[in-house]
Design a protein around this ligand. Sequence first.
Ligand code: GDP
Ligand code: CA
Length: 332
Amino acid sequence: MRNITVLSGGMGGARFLQGLLHGLRRGDLPGVAPDAEVTVVANTADDWWVHGLKVCPDLDTVMYTLGAGIDRERGWGRREETWSIREELTAYGVEPTWFGLGDRDVATHLVRTQMLDAGYSLSQVTGALCRRWQPGVTLLPMTDDRVETHVAIADPDSPSGRRVVHFQEYWVRLRAEVPAEAVVVVGLDDSSPAPGVVEAIAEADLVLLPPSNPVVSIGTILGVPGLREALADTAAPVVGISPIVGGAHVRGMAEQMLSAIGVEVTAGAVGRHYGARADGGVLDGWLIDERDADQLAQLTAAGLRAGAVPLMMTDDDATAAMARAAVELVAG
Ligand code: GDP
Ligand code: CA
């Protein structure tokens, strides 16, 4: 195998990719060339415009993580960050005060916004930003079109009893602490895959779904018209890794999002939600944590190759072992 394509959200996807590259480059993945090319198709439905800037959290988390520019403790944003711009904006009382952009990070958003204003596409901009960061993968946005996830929450003051907030407001201001009643992805149905995305899936030797959020990361990527079909049609095996371990997300908000779409918060239910390719779904294999091994039988019954191994991304070695187990599920 020489070409691996990975569909990714932000933090979960980026951590997985870092461990995958670690294992790959030292020749740890059975049947995969150590110099295999990795293409990442990243979710862009978390993107938004703020203070006049186009911010792409998942693209940047992958780019900074693989380019050694990430703040490792936070898991997002630039290392050695300073916050003067946020302080100055707060002093002016400029909304939204709950969304802090770091000074170093702002430079990335300025470059991106200027290039978009000059007529470049988001994929071209991402390519330009990656020339600095050298992430060691080809990083593609899922689409060049504007797509934005919104979350419906209860609001007794509204005539409908509901209010819709941007994904960033749900996550950053509300900290995903109020129940999500529905997820609405504005623009998704009318979007098209960015250049190279369909080819990356069609021509891959292996497609991996890291333990990214199944609804607002992988779910939105799969919702770009044509991408589900590309996964159904590719000759490459498609393997996913569960973001739910022991009935809970490890970090993030997969629990809230799965509940919003009516999927049980278990590794087995998420695997069945993606479904087997033989049965109209997107997966050949589904890797779950060893503490969820009681769910292997239901996955096999659903037509999936399933395995149970430790799935905590505690360091690059542990994550590389997960990637290896994912490859082993469909190798041979
Ligand atoms: P985001 O865009 O920053 O939310 O990141 P992703 O969508 O790529 O991944 C977030 C998901 O990763 C979370 O909802 C968790 O379920 C999952 N996750 C985070 N850390 C781990 C881990 O160590 N192991 C597993 N199996 N899943 C994890
Ligand atoms: Ca995200």
